[in-house]
Ligand binder design. Structure first.
Ligand code: 6PG
Length: 243
């Protein structure tokens, strides 16, 4: 069994995937609304994969929760596929979140997965650089792979420098673009959204990395001064829940 999370990280365990999505929606809405109230804008780095689908659908059903027209969307990573490809993280958001919320296209900063990874990464490096010139992201949402990867930062791969970089996934679609640890750590609030028994071991390793071993990718994205919140369902927390 692993030790409780480091003091800097908060952890909430919800009964199941449905309650997890509901809680995550409340956290996203509260975080973005607070950013709008404090700074007149809100910048959100979205997670890819399948776990956030339910969350994005819930948010799209509640457009009145905040002034979504002033929110700026970024992606934590993208597969190098066309934007309409079912594997595209942008396609996921377009089919869910953007299907119900009015966000101007100029505020939707997708990674152009249709380009070669190096070209897409170079382009996105500038996009993220401009964003961070205005201060840290208000919210960075990340999933967690069963192998412990976050965004497209995979265990065993040297963490890339800069703000955006090409990456290679161990499983298709292999060609990726990812935000780097430095970019992902530039967050006022970093939320990990993890569901399912298949992630329990990765969650345990992430919250209590083995001493002396290579730090898991999730440990490399600790925001300086920002808050880290783990939102888990009971199945994903199975290896940390028992004391
Ligand atoms: C991606 C994601 C990736 C994802 C994890 C978890 O492009 O696949 O950015 O980091 O968050 O692999 O994926 P699931 O939510 O599908 O389990």
């Amino acid at each position: 069994m692993s030790a409780p999370p480091a003091p800097a990280a908060r952890l909430e365990i919800l009964a199941d995937a449905g309650e997890l999505a509901e809680r995550a929606a409340a956290v996203v809405e509260a975080t973005l609304a607070a950013a709008l109230a404090a700074r007149g804008r809100a910048r959100w780095v979205l997670a890819g994969g399948s776990t956030p689908r339910r969350l994005y659908r819930l948010l799209a059903e509640r457009p009145a929760a905040l002034d979504w027209g002033r929110v700026e969307l970024y992606w934590g990573d993208e597969r190098c596929v066309p934007p309409g490809d079912p594997e595209s993280n942008y396609a996921l958001v377009r089919a869910t979140l953007l299907a119900g919320l009015e966000i101007p296209a100029a505020r939707v900063h997708r990674i152009r997965g249709e380009l070669a990874p190096e070209a897409a990464a170079r382009e996105y490096e500038a996009v993220v650089g401009r964003a961070l010139d205005g201060g840290p992201f208000d919210l960075v949402l990340l999933g967690l792979g069963a192998d412990g990867h976050v965004a497209s930062l995979f265990p065993g791969a040297p963490p890339p420098a800069g703000l955006a970089a090409p990456a290679r996934a161990p499983a298709p679609p292999r060609a990726r673009v990812t935000l780097t640890p430095a970019a992902l750590a530039s967050a006022r609030r970093l939320v990990f959204l993890v569901s399912g028994a298949g992630k329990a071991a990765a969650v345990a390793r992430a919250l209590a990395p083995a001493a002396g071993g290579e730090p898991p990718p999730s440990a490399r994205v600790r925001p300086r001064g920002g808050e880290v919140l783990w939102l888990l369902d009971r199945a994903a927390a199975a290896e940390i829940e028992e004391r």
